[in-house]
Ligand binder design. Structure first.
Ligand code: NAD
Length: 345
């Protein structure tokens, strides 16, 4: 019997129930490294289900029973994937469960910023009806939307924005051709220069950390807006603070911050031209249920000695010390389907 460890608060009941029906399940009260190492080793855990917890190289190396880490969502930057690969631990994510939710959140942000939704709401409650003449909202039709990262979420945002008659421009190093309704720009700066709205839909990696910093802000239009529903660290938050304090751009919607949860004394909270949400763009009821269901099914596939299509680190089968971790069954299955896997890389 294989053992699965959930970390409280964990995934939705639909996923917990699925795994509990097939495996022995355990619960860690928190995601601290020390707690997890203890729980995993004491209970010979084979699968760890994660959400936002940091899974370090030390944890992976200290837990020889671990075979799979199942990440609830697409971003795996909280997990040391390269050490997991070295150590023969499969990392599974769920890339396509919440892109509709994140894209809808992006459109909500574009509209809320343009219509001054939060400020209007506050002023009406303060009995300041005259606010209606003080800051005028704007239309989004015919405005330039610049999408950085044209994967699942970026594409869906483009589709929704097209329905609002926005002009859509994209930047993604892996995409060279646009289409009738999307124009590919030559460079990041070229896109920032023309954008009325810039929205980030790329992963956090070493190469994308602080990708939007002082220089990039300097190229943005004063009346333009930024939306970050990707990862906080992609934006240099100090540079963003300065940019907003100097009114060098009109405003920003931040679903993600460089530190989560943030320091309540962070000066960014004093600004009027920022709308915050607590990293919930992808967390609708529908998306969470979908994500929990897919994740639990894929984790069960790996624990059953089969190869999941959602394995992030497919190199685990070729470069790791996998045989030393007793995954011969998984390796045999990999060998039998390796052509398919290689084609889908
Ligand atoms: P995806 O893998 O489908 O698409 C990412 C795209 O980014 C790819 O097309 C890739 O080519 C592109 N890219 C990579 N490096 C780039 C660069 N330097 N410049 C521009 N583009 C680059 O992923 P997705 O499902 O669209 O998700 C994107 C990101 O959104 C995730 O990595 C995650 O961090 C974030 N996300 C946030 C939430 C939330 O709740 N706020 C929810 C889901 C995802």
């Amino acid at each position: 019997m294989k053992n699965v460890l959930f970390i409280e608060p964990t995934i939705r009941p639909i996923g917990v129930d699925y795994l509990s029906n097939k495996f022995s399940t355990f619960y860690a009260s928190n995601g601290k490294e020390k707690t997890l190492i203890k729980m995993i080793n004491e209970n010979e855990i084979h699968a760890l289900i994660t959400r936002t917890e940091t899974i370090t190289a030390n944890l992976i190396r200290s837990c020889p029973s671990l075979e799979v880490i199942g990440q609830h969502g697409v971003g795996v930057n909280n997990i040391d994937v390269s050490v997991a690969t070295e150590e023969g631990v499969c990392v599974i994510n769920v890339p396509d469960a919440n892109f509709v939710s994140v894209a809808e959140h992006t459109m909500m942000s574009i509209l809320a910023l343009s219509k001054n939704l939060v400020r209007n709401h506050k002023e009406v409650k303060k009995n300041n009806w005259d606010f209606r003449d003080q800051v005028l909202p704007s239309e989004i039709a015919d405005k330039n939307l610049f999408i950085i990262g044209f994967g699942n979420i970026g594409r869906r945002v483009a589709k929704l924005a097209n329905a609002f008659n926005m002009k859509v421009f994209i930047y993604d190093p892996y995409i060279t051709a646009g289409g009738d309704e999307v124009t590919v720009v030559d460079s990041l700066i070229a896109g920032l220069k023309i954008a009325d709205y810039t929205t980030l839909h790329l992963p956090l990696m070493k190469s994308t950390e602080k990708m939007i910093s002082e220089e990039e802000f300097n190229h943005m239009k004063e009346e333009s807006y930024l939306i970050n529903v990707s990862r906080g660290q992609i934006v240099d938050q100090k540079a963003l603070l300065y940019t907003l304090q100097q009114n060098k751009i009109a405003g920003v919607q931040l679903d993600v911050l460089d530190k989560e949860p943030p320091d309540p004394n962070d000066p960014i909270f004093k600004l009027e031209n920022v709308i915050f949400t607590p990293h919930i763009a992808g967390d609708t009821k529908e998306a969470k249920d979908r994500c929990s269901k897919i994740l639990s099914e894929e984790v069960a596939i790996v624990l059953g000695g089969k190869v999941s299509k959602n394995i992030v680190n497919k190199e685990v089968f070729t470069t790791s010390k996998i045989l030393g971790r007793g995954k011969n069954e998984l390796r045999r299955h990999y060998d039998s389907v390796s052509n398919t896997i290689n084609e889908s890389k």
